[in-house]
Design a protein around this ligand. Sequence first.
Ligand code: UDX
Length: 457
Amino acid sequence: MRSICVMGTGYVGLVTGACLSDFGNAVTCVDIDAQRIARLKAGEVPIYEPGLEEMMTRNIGRGRLSFSTEIPFAIKASQLIFIAVGTPSMPDGDVDMSYVFEAARTIGRYMEDYKIIVNKSTVPVGTGVQVAELIRQTQPGVDFDIVSNPEFLREGSAIDDFMHPDRLVIGAGNQRSLEAVVDVYRPLYQNDIPMVLTDVESAEMIKYAANALLATKISFINEIANICEAYGADVTAVARGMGLDQRIGPRNLSAGAGYGGSCFPKDVAGLAAIARKGQVDSPLIQSINPSNGHQRRRMIAKLRELVGPFSGRTICLLGLSFKPDTDDLREAPALEMIETLQAEGATVRAYDPASMEKAQQLYPNLVCCESPYRAAEGADALVLMTEWNEFRNIDLAVLHSALKAPRMLDCRNLYHPRQMQEMGFEYLSVGRPPRRPGQETPEKTSDWLLGGYMLRR
Ligand code: UDX
């Protein structure tokens, strides 16, 4: 059995550790956070991720997955060491590399024979060379290789993304280490998963470039949505018409409240900082995050358009997490919305299927409710922030009667404008014409096309 050490038990580390043990490797996950390791040893899974707990339990039971704070021992005993520690943003957007560099020094301090060090953390291009230099300085006598193997998993579908990725990217400086890491992924390439085998620098760059383009697609369609609003076009039809062009592709073209989460905002800021540091002009890349910030503020302005000044108002938010199927609130557009509303004297009532506990800790004055209907009670307007599935089939008539005034800002284009108008809602969405009860609106094609669904998918 191949022995592997995974350093860091965050999202990427835990999923990597669990999946690599499922491939039949002996995996030890280590972390400097002793409390986290203690919780993991007690069987507690610190993140909400479908399928992860079962996979971990199965592999712990088979003796292939373990957790430890004895980092020196785990390093000595492993042939491959995966670095999956955090690379947070610094205030200027630059990437904080201290955890990666500390992991490198630790590996150098304790390794006694040849190791392959595989970096899974999202790191700026050039990190492989820096990590190699650090290890060489700490441990000049021992041979090692550095491999870059960026991870593309999404929260909420992390196990599936790891097991069925669109591609595997492996960057190495020599054949020996390249082949060793390709071999770790044998179960995947036996399933015909395409592999991009390249040098370390290109592999590092692929991750940033891919995330920046995905974020750009979202910001692009958000800006198109805003232009649609000015001219009465429907962004869902526009996105579908664009996405069917195979050079564009349909995914990541849903206009909304802007992207959030632990990756896009941070990685886009990171790439912008990498370009600036390298004295490379990159006007497009520099403008992706500002465009996203603009979209978030635009949602707040739309709400103002709907209810007037926020002071003394009660606003209901449905969905708080940065996307469905996760309790993650990091960089969620809902946060700026809550902060602005509360700062301007509004009461915010909220419902989210998974993240209310976390939200309550962040905002003690947030009124967390047990159901969407409860959250709507007495509110001057409802804002749909996150497209959880359970909101798709919500009873709109019950919501309508619970609200003090039937106003809705749908930041995810979940409902059909004409239907909302007919139900008596004053309804604003993103990149589609507003609808108000009693208002004579020119009939749009999307009004009579099957509730918009034919347009959407
Ligand atoms: C992302 C990348 O997809 C993944 O490859 C990388 O490894 C980590 O970052 P994740 O942050 O989990 O994954 O979320 P993702 O599903 O990509 O969504 C990111 C944000 O974009 C969410 O806030 C989502 O609401 C928003 N989004 C996504 C849109 O606004 N419109 C879209 O069409 C798609």
